[in-house]
Design a protein around this ligand. Structure first.
Ligand code: CP
Ligand code: NVA
Length: 327
């Protein structure tokens, strides 16, 4: 298994930060790590031995926290979870937090609201900074989602991903990575909940370069027709709780249920980044039904992020053919 870090020392803040070949390499390594972990519940090469992660989380998390912490431990590394005691920019500046952490640890995973804070942290820290979710993007989630699609369909050729709901952080990272991988990415959203126009512009440029397609609609049925993947996320994201009532009204017709899924066809898969609000954006019938790959997506966070950490900060695998001795 190659553990050569082609992404060594880089940050991952956005879905647009990786090239097609870098994503392919990451997915190959993730598939190898997944197979090895599933067959032996361990790894022959402790690729994160002696490596430490700082996890700066200003919002709650189940999947992101546990998959990074467990993934680091499974590869011989260690993660330190920091929440309320380090509010970025409050007790000390983002710059000073960065200038301390870069002397203690090998990488930072940050979860915060303003994307600019993650960008500033990355600019100030000499070590890799990984976006563990901001209001603008969630690239680790989208990478695991696309890895799951690759597992299910064997690749991305002809894949049509229909996202139903909020043009939010998860959609933004999916549309950027989907464009790079040449997918058709559709979005059905209510008026007033369009994605960030700058991200859409970037995704359109990437789609033109890589053979992808970006499509928008109002009617979920039209957008889902013929799709291979039906994706949704909560109507109210973390930090938007004050708008929950208003959003429940706006998104009422944007539920992924059995009637909508029937339009996509019998081979379509259903995805959700979780946490889900059963009975709102998705019904339990669909979430627990045979077309759902929702918990595979969640598991794949572990494998894809392990690959990412190995690429960014991994210890080189010295195993290989013995060096020829010269006497
Ligand atoms: N999907 C996801 O990022 O879940 P958490 O918020 O639980 O980390
Ligand atoms: N859009 C959701 C994703 C949670 C993983 C949020 O930001 O809360």
């Amino acid at each position: 298994m190659s553990t050569a870090g082609s992404l060594r020392g880089r940050d991952l803040l956005s879905g647009a930060d990786l090239s097609r070949s870098e994503i392919d390499g990451l997915f190959e390594l993730a598939a190898d790590l997944k197979a090895e972990f599933r067959s032996s519940h361990g790894h022959a090469h402790p690729a994160l031995a002696g490596r430490t992660l700082a996890m700066l989380f200003q919002k709650p998390s189940l999947r992101t926290r546990v998959t990074f912490e467990a993934g680091a431990a499974q590869l011989g590394g260690h993660a330190i979870y920091l929440t309320n005691e380090v509010v970025l920019g409050a007790r000390e500046s983002v710059r000073d937090v960065a200038r301390n952490l870069e002397r203690f640890v090998d990488a930072i995973v940050v979860r915060t609201g303003p994307h600019e804070v993650a960008v500033e942290l990355a600019a100030q820290a000499a070590i890799p900074v990984i976006n563990g979710l901001t209001l603008r993007e969630h690239p680790c989630q989208a990478l695991a989602d696309l890895f799951t699609i690759r597992e299910r369909f064997g690749g991305f050729e002809g894949v049509v991903l229909a996202f139903v709901g909020d043009g939010n952080n998860v959609y933004h990272s999916l549309v950027l990575l989907g464009a790079i991988l040449g997918l058709e990415v559709r979005l059905a959203h209510p008026a007033g909940y369009a994605p960030n126009p700058r991200i859409v512009e970037r995704a359109q440029a990437l789609a033109a370069e890589h053979g992808g397609r970006i499509v928008f609609g109002r009617d979920p049925a039209e957008v889902v027709a013929g799709a291979s993947v039906v994706y949704t996320d909560s109507w109210t994201s973390m930090g938007q709780e004050a708008e929950a009532e208003e959003r429940r009204d706006a998104f009422r017709d944007y539920q992924v249920n059995a009637a909508l899924l029937a339009i996509a066809g019998p081979d379509a898969i259903v995805m959700h980044c979780l946490p889900a609000h059963r009975g709102e954006e998705i019904t339990s019938e669909v979430m627990d039904g045979p077309q759902s790959v929702i918990f595979d997506q969640s598991e794949n966070r572990l494998h894809v992020q392990k690959a990412l950490l190995v690429e960014l900060i991994g210890v080189p695998d010295r195993a290989g053919p013995p060096a020829t001795s010269q006497s």
